[in-house]
Design a protein around this ligand. Sequence first.
Ligand SMILES: [Zn+2]
Length: 345
Amino acid sequence: MVYFKNKMMSIISRFHFTKFFIFLFILLVNMKLNAQDKIFVVTTTSIFKDMIEQLGKNHVLVHSIVPTGSDPHLYEAKPDDVQICKNADLIMINGLHLEVWIEKLIKNSAAKAPVFLLTNHIKPVKTGKYPDPHAWMSASNGIIYAKNIAKAIITINPDLKQVIHSNLEKYIDSLQKLNTYIETEIQKIPESQKILITNHDAFRYYGQCYNLKLIPLMGVSTEGEPRTSDIIKIIEVIRQNRVPAIFVETSINPQQMTQIAADMHISIGGSLFSDSLGESNSSAGTYLGMLKTNTDMIVRALYVNTSNQNTKVKIQAFNEIIFISLFLIFLLITTWVFTIKLVNK
Ligand SMILES: [Zn+2]
């Protein structure tokens, strides 16, 4: 009986074992086929990764070399990056001196994939020695990025032309709606308060497109330390314009800005997203979400705070008028009483 039971168990386990291996084999073959179907795109930041995924959908497999939340200016390539670049079907970079390390990485990896510039047809803003690389910061430039991505994917696989064009049309529509939203929201801020003070010079395209004056603590790159003259300049601007809030950025150390805010007794308006998206489950987890989150944060800090501040100032002025009026009435009554007493004598 025991022998029979053991024999049965052995047949069953062998049967499961064989079934498991057949299942694993089918899974691996499927995965390989799926991976082969997809274009393996390597890009440099989480922002571009999202844009490429929105356009390529299930036809692309995208990898961002710089992880979410990290600084692309100061990134140092890892040994794994060499292999990843080597396996790429397509490499898409921002250029304009954002990824100063990418040229060496591509060379070391001996990658055969074509390298596409996401900033093709974008008119770069000059800032001293180098152009400003943060061209993705306006939704209108985002449309140019999207067109460049669509063109690159179609170059790799012309069969995808129709589906990519359809995705592009929908994405451009969302970007146009977002552009209008940002314009409308920024207009709410009073002209004198349209001053955006940030960690580094990443909002020039945003400011130019949506009419905001920019005062960054550091230049377009995050390399080096802020100069004392820049700190003094920011303090002066805050004082002269009664700026209600300044901003830190998610991928940069906030210490200097926090110190300035504390010294000037003003608030930190929020942590803006400039060189990286937020976590995937957050409101800034996509490129569209990131621009909207930044805008809401800016408007809340510069418009709502200003309105509250103005209301406080009005209440204070009203209280002062009431106090002065009461004092005058008291003075008048006292004088009157005193005069009557004097006359009656
Ligand atoms: Zn930057």
